[in-house]
Ligand binder design. Structure first.
Ligand code: ADP
Ligand code: MG
Length: 303
């Protein structure tokens, strides 16, 4: 975690949002240091999307609802979104669960759109990009493994390919902060791993800070050293993902899963519970891509 003098990549202070008298975010505080990759977990309705939208400045918090800063710059404060939000957002990539690309445009053009903040309007409107810009876009597509589809219309790509296209666009954009809202929720496991690996590349090689909401704990386990858990709009856990114990997960997901009582600090259970997201860390046999703090062998298995 960063020292207190260094500006956090994302700093959320005492954030509150009320929808029709229901608290969607309740005094949320989160500080993410530059270069971190953090999972945002919690059940459906816990406030993940609402938090990410506040961080992007897409919705204002309550009038006395706290503050959001990105790299020290105010995104919103006291229920008002910053006037220069467009400038701040030009360095923030937002990746949604679906519909990130324009279907009728080619994958290459969609990727080039990441440069819109930097090229003159007349050129972007005419889809008129230089050779160097096209080369940069193709390089990003190569880095996420989909360069061979560059000329294809986005609507003809699989969901996972489209998500990787959105990540390539964020690379071209030079995004310093990536906010991804359940980017793998509608994907099969193999595509999910490819998308998470592409996000990890953006984090590790480009130094982008990533805050990604995930329904599946096992992907947080494998890709995100730190997790922040929301429950009813409140932060109920913030720490190393591998510190998430069965009790903590039960608190987050409100499950009555039967845990095998080996007393270990790693999550294990004798049976899956429908209320719990999938968690197959051990079954994949895949080690975390970050250096785990403890022994990952057999860890991370909830079913
Ligand atoms: P998650 O992404 O974790 O599933 P959300 O952030 O979408 O949760 O929702 C958190 C809570 O806020 C839910 O109770 C949801 O119904 C409510 N909510 C979210 N957006 C709106 C909105 N625009 N109007 C009213 N209620 C909303
Ligand atoms: Mg959501």
């Amino acid at each position: 975690m960063s020292g207190s003098n260094e500006a956090a990549a994302i700093e959320v202070t005492d954030l509150r949002k009320t929808f029709a008298q229901r608290k969607a975010l309740d005094r949320v505080g989160v500080r993410v240091a530059p270069g971190e990759m953090v999972a945002l977990i919690g059940t459906s309705g816990s406030g993940k999307s609402t938090l990410l939208r506040h961080v992007a400045g897409l919705i204002p918090a309550d009038r006395r609802g706290g503050e959001v800063r990105v790299h020290g710059q105010i995104v919103q404060s006291g229920g008002k979104v910053a006037r220069d939000i467009r400038r701040i957002r030009s360095r923030v990539g937002f990746i949604f669960q679906q519909f990130n690309l324009v279907g009728r445009l080619t994958l290459l053009t969609n990727t080039l759109v990441g440069m819109l903040a930097r090229v003159p309007t007349w050129r972007s409107a005419a889809h008129c990009f230089t050779r160097a810009e096209k080369h940069a876009a193709l390089t990003s597509l190569e880095r996420v493994g989909i360069a061979e589809h560059a000329g294809q219309r986005a609507s003809t790509l699989s969901g996972g390919q489209q998500q990787r296209g959105a990540i390539a666009r964020a690379m071209v954009q030079g995004a310093k902060v990536i906010l991804a809202d359940e980017p793998i929720a509608s994907l099969d496991p193999e595509s999910s791993h490819r998308v998470m690996a592409a996000l990890a590349t953006l984090n590790r090689e480009d130094g982008a800070t990533v805050l990604v909401s995930l329904h599946q704990i096992d992907y947080a386990w494998r890709y995100c050293p730190r997790s922040v858990a929301l429950k009813d709009g409140r932060v109920v856990f913030d720490g190393p993902t591998h510190d998430l114990t069965p009790d903590l997960l039960r608190n987050v997901y409100g499950s009555c899963v039967n845990w095998c009582g080996d007393g270990a600090s790693t999550p294990r259970a004798t049976q899956a519970h429908p209320a719990l997201p999938e968690f197959h860390g051990a079954r994949h046999g895949a080690p975390p891509i970050f250096d785990p703090p403890g022994d990952p062998a057999g860890a991370g298995c909830l079913n």
